[in-house]
Design a protein around this ligand. Structure first.
Ligand code: NAP
Length: 308
């Protein structure tokens, strides 16, 4: 098997929790360098900026961009321009147009751009998609509620423009929805709760519709302490499907039919290797479009001040 030298850019929570361990387990990638303003990664050279990395290490063929969305475009553009394959953390950008521009550049340069949606690689998502393919959907209910203080300690970017607020986790649910639904849906109403003094919402309620008039809702909240909820329930003409634990578990009519370990990021790196080998890109913006539509079409509600 060909081994691709890869650099990690942005060494924060997700790089340490998932990317570095998955690269360590991968037969297809070898960690060759890191870019960080503050951290060092054991065993590899660390650069302060991506430009310094690109100038010094022409041997590196790929980069994984693990920084917040607001600074991802500039880094991705520089990396593609320097001839690197690029993996983007989710969301793939702070705007839709920048992702489209990157897609075009990757195409022009014959490079792989992989806009990842890690939740699509949760254990039970492919089975849920297969089960739904032949059924008629009558309703969808997404409940995605977690504790922002637990999952985003010390992160200010999540509250800034482009940080997405509660859509940072909520977009994971939308990435599953857009993967498993047999047909497209669209936002018809939304309410976004912005805490006083914050530029991003802490909660959101969205109504979706499809061409068949099915009732579809998403309820996102970042203030849930205690047990966390990442559930999608879909009623059909032939039973009820429930994906829970972020897509790790699948139940049909209340009976657990599938449950698996968290291997989402190993799956992402395997897909990235496969895309590079095939000379292809994958950059689906459907989840980001729903978030943009909720911001564009949603009613804004002022919520209580929220301190981290
Ligand atoms: P984080 O802990 O704040 O780390 C992001 C890192 O990016 C920082 O440590 C910093 O690393 C670098 N960075 C570069 N420019 C930055 C800027 N302008 N502001 C802040 N940091 C900057 O965030 P994270 O939780 O890892 O999230 C990063 C991305 O991963 C987000 O898009 C998020 O949606 C996604 N993600 C996160 C999780 C999670 O559980 N937290 C799960 C899945 C996906 P250096 O100091 O090394 O430069």
């Amino acid at each position: 098997m060909t081994v691709t030298d890869i650099a990690i850019v942005g060494v924060g929570k997700i790089a340490r929790d998932q990317h570095l361990p998955s690269i360590g387990r991968s037969d297809a990638f070898r960690l060759a360098a890191a870019v960080s303003r503050n951290a060092k990664v054991d065993g590899v050279e660390t650069f302060e900026t991506i430009d310094a990395l690109l100038a010094a290490r022409p041997d590196i063929a790929a980069v994984a961009l693990c920084m917040p969305p607001q600074s991802r475009f500039a880094a991705a553009w520089a990396a593609l321009s320097a001839g690197k394959h690029v993996m983007l953390e989710k969301p793939p950008g702070a705007t839709i147009a920048e992702v489209q521009a990157l897609t075009r550049l990757a195409e022009d340069k014959n490079l792989t751009l992989f806009a990842t949606w890690h939740s699509r690689f949760a254990h039970a998502v492919p089975e849920a998609k297969a089960w739904l393919a032949s059924r008629s959907i009558t309703s969808v209910s997404i409940v995605w509620k977690e504790d922002v203080r637990r999952w985003h300690p010390g992160q200010e970017w999540i509250w800034q423009p482009g940080g997405l607020g509660v859509f940072d986790p909520g977009i994971n649910a939308l990435s599953i929805l857009t993967e498993i639904m047999p047909h497209p849906v669209h936002v018809i109403a939304a309410e976004l709760d912005f805490p006083e003094g914050r530029d991003a919402p802490i909660a959101a309620r969205i109504d979706f519709a499809d061409h068949q008039g099915a009732a579809m809702t998403a309820d996102f909240d970042w203030r849930q302490t205690g047990p966390q909820t990442w559930d999608i329930t879909i009623e059909t003409d032939a039973g009820t499907l429930k994906l829970s634990s972020g897509g790790a578990e699948l139940a049909i009519d209340g009976k657990l039919v599938s449950k698996g370990e968290d291997r989402e990021y190993d799956g992402l790196y395997a897909r990235f290797a496969d895309l590079i080998a095939r000379g292809e890109s994958e950059a689906d913006i459907a989840p980001l479009i729903h978030v943009a539509d909720a911001f564009m079409f949603g009613r804004r509600v002022v919520a209580d001040r929220f301190d981290m």
